[in-house]
Ligand binder design. Structure first.
Ligand code: SER
Length: 318
């Protein structure tokens, strides 16, 4: 990667990945884009352009003008939000992604696509979910992810395009909140722990999902995109996970730092149903073997850092 366009740069991943890429590749070599203006480091720390990913002509012109060699395509609508307007979710997550993929092909760019644990469904083996297995998701977000995994593999096979992807688990971070996801409880819990000392959880006890701390996700994107293509047996998309836990385990981890923390439950049937259709824990062997996936944070290390960072943020607000 030398000249990179990032879409969805205002989202939970983009807001951290954009500055991370600028550190490595030089601010002038990472063009951030979003549908709406983004205040802060994303638009102030390097080039920024307004771009709707469904506008193929504008997308292609932007890539050509910037002389991009890579597209990191992050724009998308998350799982639970997608269920409230499935056609809009399809429009952005599939039609927008097809436009991005095609614009990347026209301009000879490599393409990164963020797939998800949502690319699996209730008939997938839930424990130690293999890299290659049954993928019959039951929500529109998951159907879109499988579609794009297949299409990205197709573009590689048909056109020789350098497409690569990761199946992200729930991502936990403190710079920007996720919006409308199922794994979001594992972010909200830290904010409420710091602000209120308690949390009401919308996911039921005993529900396991894969998760990862954002620094490990950023590292994984760069490692995958810089990997020697000769080593890649798979491309779209690799299972990755930093940890798997259920709500009682994250609460117990918080109690190690904040002994008085309490949690109760008000389970949301939509998000609970989605969570139950996803794996409990992924097998990440292919990612480790093919490009050296090596996450650093376990649950307790992440908890300590999240609580410290959010406490600092709250203190600076006065
Ligand atoms: N974190 C995402 C969601 O909950 C899964 O990819 O929607």
């Amino acid at each position: 990667m030398k000249r990179i366009l990032v879409t969805g740069s205002s989202g939970q991943i983009g807001i951290e990945l954009t500055p991370y890429l600028r550190e490595i590749y030089g601010a002038e070599n990472v063009l951030a884009s979003a549908r709406r203006p983004v205040p802060g480091p994303v638009s102030e720390g390097g080039p920024f352009e307004l771009l709707d990913v469904r506008d193929g002509k504008a997308f292609s012109e932007t890539l050509s003008k910037f002389k991009a060699d890579t597209v990191i395509h992050l724009a998308g609508v998350l799982s639970a939000k997608g269920e409230s307007d499935p056609l809009n979710s399809w429009d952005i997550n599939v039609c927008g992604s097809c436009t991005a993929l095609e614009a990347a092909r026209e301009n000879g760019c490599a393409f990164f696509f963020p797939s998800s644990i949502a690319a699996f469904g209730p008939s997938t083996p839930a424990k130690n979910t293999p890299q290659d297995t049954i993928q019959r998701p039951t929500i529109i977000y998951g159907v879109a992810k499988v579609t794009m995994e297949l299409l990205c593999d197709y573009y590689h096979k048909k056109f020789g395009m350098d497409t690569r992807g990761l199946r992200f688990p729930g991502l936990i971070s403190y710079e920007a909140l996720p919006g409308g996801g199922t794994t979001d409880y594992a972010v909200h819990i830290y904010y409420d722990a710091v602000k209120k000392g308690s949390y009401t959880c919308f996911i039921a006890p005993g529900t396991y999902m894969d998760m990862m701390y954002m620094p490990d996700a950023l590292d994984a994107v760069v490692k995958l995109m810089e990997a020697d293509p000769a080593r890649l047996v798979h491309r779209n998309a690799f299972n990755i996970s930093g940890m798997s836990f259920e709500p009682e385990e994250i609460a117990a981890s918080i109690r190690k730092v904040m002994p008085g923390f309490t949690m109760d439950y008000d389970v949301d049937p939509l998000r609970q149903g989605i969570a139950e259709s996803w794996p409990d824990s992924l097998d990440c062997t292919a990612a480790r073997e093919e490009w050296g996936f090596d996450p650093q944070y376990d649950l307790d290390a992440m908890t300590e850092d999240m609580l410290a960072r959010i406490s600092e943020q709250e203190a600076s607000k006065g």
